[in-house]
Design a protein around this ligand. Structure first.
Ligand SMILES: [Zn+2]
Length: 64
């Protein structure tokens, strides 16, 4: 409780009263964009790491 000023959640800079709780419009935009997109579509980054599993043709076995 040393400083009464709020800090920008984006860059931890001192917040500007005009852009509270952010320090600038840029940080406000960044946070807003993240908030808007974060809830709906999170960029899928876990696609990599999958070893081409369907590479083998796996021919149909005809056992008659
Ligand atoms: Zn900031």
């Amino acid at each position: 409780m040393s400083d009464a000023k709020s800090r920008c959640p984006e860059c931890r800079d001192v917040a500007d009263p005009a852009f509270r709780p952010f320090c600038s419009k840029r940080c406000a935009d960044v946070d807003l964009a993240r908030w808007l997109t974060g809830g709906y579509a999170i960029p899928a980054t876990d696609v990599a790491g999958d070893d081409a599993e369907d590479d083998s043709p796996s021919p149909p076995r005809e056992t008659h």
